[in-house]
Design a protein around this ligand. Structure first.
Ligand SMILES: O=C(O)CCC(=O)C(=O)O
Ligand SMILES: [Fe+2]
Length: 295
């Protein structure tokens, strides 16, 4: 059973104002905690506002749903051990944490695969867009943003091979995987702190979760070395994962009862020299059915 937390219109206006002014979610969170708000409530409220801004949906109006408290340590979907065999490839576990489940992995893809994915993605990249909350239209966010594209699941031999490998590594059925996303960050680009799970702040997210279940885990694979900057940062842990070709950063944020973990907040630090290419795999609770596809 989930709990509803109510908040004042003043707090809502204060949050909107500060996030609009470019304050980091962590900074507004710290202020709310200093003023005595409980950590779970403050996290849930800030998360709802950050998600609404990112998705271009309506700001939460007076109340948000508090995720149930995790009752026990999560059981990792990621296999234990320092090496994981995934579809015939031996993936190296450089470091890992269990609560929340998090790992830095090596040997996920080889240099040839990285190059081939970049070249297939390059002509299909589009500037990342945001939904303009006023007009509801897609607008190019700004010049500090990345460029992105999606492969259809299994759309060619290489993509199919990677889909199979990543699903084995992430330990969920192949059909639960969304199509691989490739992002390119030119020099100066990064991304805002965000959650990968889908907040029920707009109809598209609610319908997506109804079709395929929540997103449960993410694997961000680095397709090239970044000379400077471009780390994947986790502000709740003060952790920055270096973008090194073939390595990947793995994290889980949704347990088997659909409860999501706000500690998974993450961002891409700005690339300060060179550029950055990543490939992201998101896994769902159930078979992934894209919008407009039959169930
Ligand atoms: O580029 C990164 O390091 C993170 C990518 C990411 O957060 C995402 O694809 O959701
Ligand atoms: Fe993300």
């Amino acid at each position: 059973m989930s709990t509803i937390v109510r908040f004042s219109p003043d707090l809502g206006r204060w949050l909107t104002h500060n996030l609009d002014a470019g304050l980091a979610p962590q900074a507004v969170l710290d202020t709310m905690l200093k003023q005595g708000m409980s950590e779970r409530a403050a996290h849930a409220i800030v998360a709802a506002f950050v998600d609404a801004r990112r998705q271009g949906g309506a700001m939460p109006d007076g109340a948000v749903e508090l995720p149930d408290e995790a009752s026990s340590r999560p059981v990792a979907r990621l296999a234990p051990g320092t090496r994981i065999l995934a579809a015939g490839r031996e993936i190296v576990v450089h470091s890992r944490g269990e609560d929340p489940v998090f790992a830095v992995l090596g040997n996920v893809v080889d240099a040839e695969e990285c190059k081939a994915i970049i070249e297939m993605a390059r002509p299909r990249l589009k500037p990342s867009t945001l939904v303009d909350p006023m007009s509801g239209r897609d607008v190019v966010s700004d010049k500090r943003a990345s460029w992105g594209m999606f492969f259809r699941p299994g759309e060619n031999d290489l993509v199919a091979r990677l889909d199979r490998r990543l699903s084995a590594l992430m330990n969920l059925p192949l059909e639960n995987g969304e199509g691989l996303q490739v992002l390119h960050y030119p020099t100066g680009a990064g991304s805002e702190p965000h959650y990968d799970y889908l907040a029920p702040t707009n109809a598209a997210n609610r319908e997506s979760v109804a079709r395929s279940g929540q997103r449960v885990s993410t694997l961000v694979t680095y397709l090239d070395d970044v000379p400077e900057g471009g780390q994947t940062v986790f502000p709740q842990f003060g952790l920055a994962v270096s973008p090194i070709r073939g390595n990947a950063c793995y994290f889980e944020y949704c347990d088997d009862r659909g409860r999501v973990d706000a500690r998974s907040l993450h961002a891409s630090a700005a690339v300060t020299r060179g550029d950055k290419w990543v490939m992201t795999k998101w896994m769902r609770e159930r078979r992934f059915v894209a919008a407009g596809e039959g169930a």
